[in-house]
Write a protein that binds this ligand. Structure first.
Ligand SMILES: Nc1nc2c(ncn2[C@@H]2O[C@H](COP(=O)(O)OP(=O)(O)OP(=O)(O)O)[C@@H](O)[C@H]2O)c(=O)[nH]1
Ligand SMILES: [Mg+2]
Length: 490
């Protein structure tokens, strides 16, 4: 009996209205066990050339026979990793010509029996197909439920599952590379190796506790200390990489600052290639920060236009200026624009102040409107500065290629990121920080020859921190929190 034939009789037993309650109860229990059948549209809503509806769950293929008419499937049954072309009809009404790709249990993304229906991308067709699936006992998948099932069924660990969302959301090459590496298990393997070292020593220490009366030492304290030190260095490097990882994920924060009328909004608009911010010759035009992403050289930058900095009694403008300073303090890069036609009297003090309040940022001094005024005197005034100076004209695009080349060079660290592990996830960074703390405590405990039971506790905390990353240790709340951020259908 082939798969198709096997399913057919089972379909006849699907619930009628009379046993609806029993069916509902069983669906609820199945949901609790996470092995009921789920379905969702995995492509964007709306009109498109094609749409893909995904179905997963034990015996999910049993749903198909009444709707899907494919000669090959009927003759040979459904085989894993094969696509079947045929008609999709509901109660005799022809809905569409579709292609169904079938995956058997253990060989699919979720690990469960599943199939994908590729139909024409008409909202009506999709709605009818979804309706038929729901009527057959499937339920609408929760956000991220396919990936959650893949995790639950051991198809991937938690860090890999999170990489699926990162891969979908990657807006540039580097984020794509980092997510793909994480999805393929690169990061998880690194964490696994860390854990293996720790597990070895932790179990030796626990064993010593069993023989506490005999005063034996199974774990050499010197080797343990060496391992803890080397692990701490590796964990710290990963924590450090999060600084870059965060910038990669959310865009490299690039703030445009300067006096009113310097041409900040013009620069923003020119770089974005659209009229994003209001430009006018009236000083104080921009009041609030204006932000947009800008992709350049395979990276994403968050360009932030700010209110011009000046002494003012205007209440709203003051708030805007305060916000400009706040952006500077958080920025990775600052373009400080100087109006070549009207440089500020206290330019040097302003730059010094900025350097002090935003020491983390790469500061570029940009003399704007160089098409309209001579820049010689300003260049002389800035002679002593350690900063890179650019002569630009935001309006005519003069000098912008040089500015962008310098921006790329200043963020050169990103080019190494693809080949080394970089933490891009705040949850991972947090777990690593806790691991580092536990490692410090363990190092301290070994140095002070603190009793084995306390040392074992610190080692266990370090193990827990690492285990949370890959999901060896997880709670329902944590999983719900992670997967609820996914889109439906993934
Ligand atoms: N000639 C010339 N004019 C420019 C250039 N950049 C900006 N301007 C003009 O300078 C004026 C002010 O430009 P904005 O971009 O609004 O200046 P801003 O720094 O955003 O000003 P605030 O929002 O008031 O702080 C506008 O009239 C622009 O057209 C440039 O490179 N060359
Ligand atoms: Mg402006």
């Amino acid at each position: 009996m082939n798969t198709w034939q096997m399913y057919y009789p089972r379909r006849n037993g699907f619930p009628s209205n009379t046993n609806f309650f029993a069916h509902y109860l069983s669906m609820y229990l199945c949901a609790m066990l996470r092995d009921d059948i789920i379905c969702a549209l995995s492509t964007p809503q709306g009109v498109g050339a094609l749409a893909i509806v995904r179905v997963s769950g034990a015996n999910s293929g049993a749903i198909l026979p009444p709707y899907f008419n494919s000669k090959r499937a009927q003759k040979l049954g459904l085989e894993s990793h094969r696509a079947y072309f045929g008609d999709y009809s509901i109660g005799g009404e022809h809905i569409d010509e579709v292609l169904i790709t079938f995956f058997e249990e253990g060989k699919s993304f979720t690990g469960e029996e599943s199939f994908e229906i590729s139909c024409h991308g008409s909202p009506y067709i999709v709605a009818r197909i979804m309706e038929s699936l729901l009527e057959s006992g499937a339920r609408l998948a929760d956000p991220g439920e396919y990936t959650m099932r893949a995790f639950m069924n051991g198809r991937m660990d938690l860090a890999q599952a999170e990489a699926v969302a990162d891969l979908i959301n990657a807006e540039n090459k580097i984020m794509h590379d980092v997510a793909l590496r994480q999805l393929k298990g690169g990061f998880s393997n690194e964490i696994k190796v860390f854990r293996e070292d720790l597990v070895h020593f932790a179990s030796m220490i626990e064993l010593e506790l069993d023989f506490s009366e005999e005063d034996v030492e199974f774990a050499s304290r010197k080797d343990l200390l060496d391992m803890l030190h080397s692990l701490k260095i590796k964990v710290s490097a990963l924590i450090e990489s999060f600084k870059h990882g965060n910038a990669l994920k959310n865009g490299i924060a690039t703030a445009i600052l300067g006096a009113p009328n310097a041409g900040k909004s013009t620069l923003l608009n020119t770089l974005l290639g659209e009229d994003r911010a209001i430009v006018s010759s009236i000083a104080g035009t921009t009041r609030d920060t204006v932000e947009d992403t800008f992709n350049f050289g395979g990276l994403t930058y968050r360009l932030i236009d700010t209110a011009g900095i000046r002494e003012t009694e205007d209440y709203v403008e003051k708030i805007g200026i305060q916000k400009a300073f706040e952006q500077a303090e958080k920025a990775d890069v600052i373009f400080y624009l100087i109006d070549a036609t009207a440089p500020e009297q206290d330019l040097e003090e302003r730059i010094a102040h900025l350097e002090q309040s935003a020491p983390q940022a790469e500061l570029f001094l940009c003399i704007n409107k160089s098409d309209q005024a001579d820049t010689y005197t300003i260049l002389q005034r800035l002679e002593g500065s350690r900063r890179q100076i650019f002569k630009i004209a935001a309006k005519t695009k003069d000098g912008l290629d040089e500015l962008l080349a310098a921006l790329k060079a200043a963020t050169a660290w990103t080019s190494h990121s693809a080949s080394q592990t970089i933490v891009t996830n705040a949850r991972h960074a947090d777990a690593l920080r806790r691991t580092a703390l536990a490692l410090d405590k363990s190092i301290e405990a070994v140095k002070l020859s603190i009793p084995g039971d306390l040392l074992a506790q610190d080692l266990r905390s370090a193990l827990d921190g690492l285990g949370e990353i890959t999901g060896t240790i997880s709670t329902d709340d944590l999983l719900t929190n992670i997967f609820s951020k996914f889109c439906i259908g993934k």
